[in-house]
Design a protein around this ligand. Structure first.
Ligand code: SAH
Ligand code: SF4
Length: 351
C-alpha cells in the first residue's frame, strides 16, 4: 500500500523527501500543493520536476477521505459520511453562520466513553483516527465547497474548527496534536488557533496541554455533582469533578491570553435541569472564567432521556445569568439530517 502523505508534520515530510534524495526546500513546495491548493494528483503539481512527480506517485498517496453521502439541511448545515482507506466511516458536519462557519471534526470511529445521552456513545469504539484522517475531513469539506486554494482574505466560509464530532479527542491526543498543527500551519490550510475549539468529556490529564497549543477548550460538564455525573458520564469515575476543575484552572494559568472555557451542559428533563442543579453548578465553577452553553437534548431512537421543556431551560439559564455567566441556549442545527450534537453515528457502526 502507498504511504499516506496527508498527516505528516512538516518536519516528517521534510525527512521523507530528504531520504528520497531531494533538497529540503522541496518539502515547502509540496506542502503548498497539498495544503494550500488541496491538490491530490502529483502530476498536476506543476512546479515539481516530472521525475519527482512520478516518484511521489509511485510511493505515496495524497487522497482526501471519500465522501460517501452528503446531505444539506434546510438551515444550510451540511453533513458528510466520510470513508477512509480501510472503509471505516465517520460523520463530519459544516455549520454555517452569517459571515463564517465551523467544520465539526471527528477523532475516533465510535467512542469508548459511553456517555448515556450520546448516540455515538452507543456505538462500539473501533479505532482512533490518524492525524491524516482528522486533517483529511477538513480537506474533504473544503473540496465539497470548492474552497481551494486557501483564501487569503477573511471571506472564507470554512473559517472555524470545532473538534466535537465522533469520539473523545483527548483519548487520541498525539494524533489530535499533529492534526491541529497541520491545520494551523499558515503556509497551508491556515486556520488560526483562535478559531479552533476542542471539546472533551473531561479527560483531565491532557487538558492543560491544550493551552500550549493555544486552542480553545470546551468541557462537556452536564452535571454539577460527582454522584450525578458518574451516572451519566462514566469518564467521571476516572476523572472526578475536583480533578477536572483543577485541570481547567491549570489550562487557564497556562494560556497565553485570557481564555474563557465553554462549559457545555445538555439539559435532560428531570435529571440535571433543576434550579438546585443550576445553583450547584455556579459554585462548582467558582474561580474559573467560563461561559455556559446550554444544549437542548437531541433525541435519538432508544435514548433513555427526554429534552427539558423550553420554559425549564430558560429558568435554568436565568439562574446562571443572574450570576453574570453568559449562558445562551444553543440553537439546534441540522436536526432534520441528524447532524446535531450527539446524533452522529457511522452507518457501518450501526450494523
Ligand atoms: N467527545 C467530546 C466531543 C464530542 S460530543 C465531548 O464529549 O465533549 C459534542 C457535544 O455534544 C458534547 O458536549 C456532548 O456532550 C454533546 N452531546 C452528546 N449527545 C448529545 C445529545 N443527544 N444531545 C445534545 N448534546 C449531546
Ligand atoms: Fe464520546 Fe463525547 Fe459522545 Fe461522550 S459525548 S460518548 S465522549 S462522543
Amino acid at each position: 500500500m502507498k504511504k499516506e502523505l496527508i498527516g505528516l508534520s512538516f518536519e516528517e515530510l521534510q525527512r521523507e523527501l530528504v531520504a528520497l534524495g531531494e533538497k529540503p526546500f522541496r518539502a515547502k513546495q509540496l506542502w503548498h500543493w497539498l495544503y494550500n491548493k488541496g491538490e491530490t494528483d502529483f502530476y498536476k503539481m506543476t512546479t515539481l520536476a516530472k521525475t519527482f512527480q512520478a516518484r511521489l506517485d509511485e510511493l505515496y498517496t495524497a487522497q482526501h477521505p471519500k465522501i460517501v453521502t452528503e446531505q444539506t439541511s434546510k438551515d444550510g448545515t451540511r453533513k458528510w459520511l466520510m470513508e477512509f482507506q480501510d472503509e471505516k466511516q465517520v460523520e463530519c458536519v459544516y455549520i454555517p453562520e452569517s459571515d463564517r462557519g465551523a467544520v465539526c471534526l471527528s477523532t475516533q470511529v465510535g467512542c469508548a466513553q459511553g456517555c448515556k445521552f450520546c448516540h455515538t456513545g452507543t456505538q462500539r469504539m473501533m479505532r482512533n483516527l490518524t492525524a491524516g484522517e482528522i486533517v483529511g475531513q477538513f480537506m474533504s469539506a473544503r473540496d465539497s465547497y470548492g474552497e481551494w486554494p486557501t483564501p487569503t482574505d477573511e471571506t472564507r466560509m470554512l473559517s472555524n474548527i470545532v473538534v466535537m464530532g465522533m469520539g473523545e479527542p483527548l483519548c487520541n491526543f498525539e494524533n489530535l496534536k499533529t492534526a491541529l498543527k497541520i491545520l494551523m500551519n499558515g503556509d497551508g490550510i491556515g486556520i488560526s488557533k483562535r478559531r479552533i475549539t476542542v471539546s472533551t468529556s473531561g479527560v483531565a490529564n491532557h487538558i492543560p496541554e491544550l493551552a500550549d497549543l493555544g486552542v480553545k477548550l470546551a468541557v462537556s460538564l452536564h452535571a454539577p455533582t460527582n454522584e450525578l455525573r458518574n451516572q451519566i458520564m462514566p469518564v467521571n469515575k476516572k476523572f472526578p469533578l475536583e480533578v477536572l476543575i483543577e485541570a481547567c484552572k491549570e489550562y487557564q494559568r497556562r494560556s497565553e491570553r485570557r481564555q474563557f472555557i465553554t462549559m457545555e451542559y445538555v439539559l435532560l428533563k428531570d435529571v440535571n435541569d433543576s434550579i438546585d442543579h443550576a445553583e450547584k453548578l455556579m459554585k462548582l465553577v467558582d474561580g474559573l472564567e467560563v461561559k455556559f452553553n446550554l444544549i437542548p437534548f437531541h433525541y435519538w431512537e432508544g435514548a433513555p432521556f427526554e429534552p427539558s421543556s423550553m420554559n425549564q431551560m430558560h429558568r435554568f439559564a436565568k439562574v446562571l445569568e443572574s450570576n453574570w455567566f453568559a449562558s445562551p441556549i444553543r440553537r439546534s442545527r441540522g436536526e432534520d439530517i441528524m447532524a446535531a450534537c450527539g446524533q452522529l453515528k457511522s452507518a457501518k457502526g450501526k450494523k
